[in-house]
Design a protein around this ligand. Structure first.
Ligand code: CDP
Length: 210
């Protein structure tokens, strides 16, 4: 008999984690937490207000996650800087663990979900794609948000953030040893969802919905 379905999704930026997480959450009727938003909110608020990031992380409110500026590259860069600080990670740990331990189960996506936040999750996915595919997706995403940018800049900013996320000492981006590796370079969102779903069903989990 399986316990609650907790789906831990990690991977570098613009690999398709967010879309996959939302679709799996809808399919299995689970609550979803985009943990990147927590780091984005702390980083951006610290930059805008000049207040210490540690203080902001402790008192973070759900309403802080609704700031439309959180999807910008400025917020992404600010996030990956505060995310390297062990104090910030520690301050955000309890909230994420609590979210993951709901009796319903949950879907969380980020960088350290399968390794630090939910090391016992029954389902771990590590989603990757080539740098080119990821830069193209992020570029289209930013354009769709009406943000003016050029592709070489998107590629450079992504590479800088990936390097910072992978090389930091505190919870670096790593695939958990038992994670299912999903390379979405040549997959659209439907194909990535189908591959992830097949893996989860092989583990014995089925949607209880209609
Ligand atoms: O959307 P994208 O994948 O580009 O980024 P994100 O998931 O919103 O995360 C923004 C930044 O927050 C990342 O570059 C990481 O530095 C940090 N982060 C983290 O350290 N741990 C997490 N669980 C989630 C995000």
């Amino acid at each position: 008999m399986n316990g609650p379905l907790v789906i831990a999704i990690d991977g570098p930026s613009a690999a398709g984690k967010g879309t996959l997480a939302r679709r799996l959450a809808a399919h299995f009727q689970l609550p979803h937490l985009d943990t990147g938003l927590l780091y984005r909110a702390v980083g951006l608020k610290a930059e805008k207000s000049g207040r210490p990031a540690g203080e902001i992380a402790i008192s973070l409110q759900l309403s802080d996650l609704a700031d439309p500026d959180l999807r910008t590259d400025r917020a992404g860069q600010a996030a990956s800087k505060v995310a390297a600080l062990p104090e910030i990670r520690a301050n955000l740990l309890k909230f994420q663990k609590k979210f993951a331990s709901q009796t319903s189960g949950a879907v969380l996506d980020g960088r350290d979900i399968g390794t630090v936040i939910c090391p016992d999750a029954p389902v771990k996915l590590f989603v990757t794609a080539s740098s080119d595919a990821r830069a193209e997706r992020r570029y289209q995403e930013l354009r769709a948000l009406g943000l003016d940018t050029i592709k070489p800049r998107v590629l450079a900013e992504m590479a800088e953030r990936d390097r910072r996320d992978s090389e930091r000492a505190a919870a670096p981006l790593r695939a958990a040893p038992d994670a299912f590796l999903l390379d979405t370079s040549d997959m659209d969102a439907d194909a990535a969802f189908a591959a992830a779903l097949a893996f989860i069903e092989r583990k014995g989990f089925r949607s209880s919905g209609p």
